[in-house]
Design a protein around this ligand. Structure first.
Ligand code: ADP
Ligand code: MG
Length: 320
């Protein structure tokens, strides 16, 4: 997984690799994507996170001009994507859902076959992409003997054949065992380090959290949130207060606060409560006012999974 060439720079000053603006797709009456606008910065590993049926594959198909939008558009390095102008599209390599590999052919011959379809069979390039994905040593083996992780890496090699600036992968970790997930993660990190922009859709939250620096959360065709993983996690910090001092009195007061719904007294007569991270100063004032002196106050970051559940649930359920 070495020997990566630097990806050539885009047009002058283009820090945005991919942008969608008001992107909307209806399948009959079904609104699969609803005025969806995001920006993917050049060189980022961008996580596109959402449950099944959220609209992830639809977005990727639109970005590749495999389907046409009902409204809105996608830009690649500032050029609008269209199925009549392949200039913008030539800068993307993609895998959508399960790639169709020829199981009875070797890895290298699969690449040769796909390279022919792309219009050229450059053996040096085939060897180059095989090295990038770490399959150089297994290139003569039939694909049917490959692990799922190796098949996925071969599919990525196919997507890399035309040396794209942007790699779009639709659920690349799907169905992989933990070792396969790690293989893909390392490969993505290497590709990003070589200057490629990586766009990965997933419903696997922990994977996105470990790999991506920026994410967009999609649900029912709508953008729920775009931010850095760090920003999102920081924002969703909780404060835990543990106190045995005046626990019963404090419980009554805290339960009356909008954030106090989940307060309880445990078996050691301690009051345990949580408040959203941005309520720190309110909480200190509240505790001082009622002369409650907690034994500990802890900040705790939530996992992206908890954050995601909050953002996609109703507001009442999502406060804490
Ligand atoms: N060709 C199609 N015809 C009708 N509905 C579709 C089609 N493709 C996708 N959908 C619907 O659009 C929604 C989004 O689908 P999709 O983009 O595949 O979601 P995801 O990839 O996030 O699982 C789903 O409700 C799906 O059933
Ligand atoms: Mg999908």
């Amino acid at each position: 997984m070495r020997e990566l060439q630097q990806t050539p720079q885009g047009n002058s000053g283009d820090s945005v690799a991919l942008r969608s603006n008001g992107l909307t797709k209806k399948y009959g009456a079904k609104l699969a994507l609803d005025h969806f606008s995001i920006e993917v910065k050049k060189g980022s590993i961008f996580g596109f996170l959402g449950p099944n049926g959220a609209g992830k594959t639809t977005f990727i198909r639109l970005a590749l001009s495999l389907i046409t939008p009902t409204e809105g558009y996608v830009e690649i390095f500032g050029s609008r994507v269209s199925n009549t102008d392949s200039q913008a599209l030539s800068r993307i390599g993609a895998i959508i859902e399960q790639p169709a590999l020829y199981n009875y052919m070797s890895g290298a011959n699969n690449l040769r076959a796909f390279a022919m379809m792309l219009g050229g069979n450059d053996e040096a390039n085939i060897q180059h992409v095989l090295r990038i994905v770490g399959l150089h040593g297994r290139q003569k083996d039939r694909v049917k003997t490959y692990s799922l992780g190796m098949k996925q890496r071969l599919a990525i090699a196919i997507a890399l054949l035309n040396n794209p600036d942007i790699l779009m992968l639709d659920e690349p970790a799907n169905g992989l065992d933990p070792a396969g997930v790690v293989e893909i993660r390392l490969l993505m990190q290497n590709l990003a380090a070589a200057g490629k922009t990586i766009f990965i859709s997933s419903h696997i939250l922990s994977e996105i959290q470990q790999l991506c620096n920026e994410i967009a959360i999609i649900n029912q065709g709508k953008l729920i949130k775009q931010s850095t993983v760090h920003e999102l996690t920081k924002m969703q910090v909780s404060i835990f207060i543990v106190t045995t001092d005046k626990a019963a009195t404090a419980l009554q007061f805290i339960q009356a606060e909008p954030w106090g719904a989940d307060a309880y007294i445990d078996l050691q007569n301690r009051l345990i409560t949580r408040a959203p991270g941005d309520k720190g100063s309110d909480l200190s004032a509240f505790l001082a006012k009622h002369e409650i002196y907690p034994e500990s106050v802890q900040l705790q970051e939530q996992s992206l999974e908890q954050v995601f559940l909050q953002l996609t649930q109703s507001p009442q359920q999502g406060v804490l």
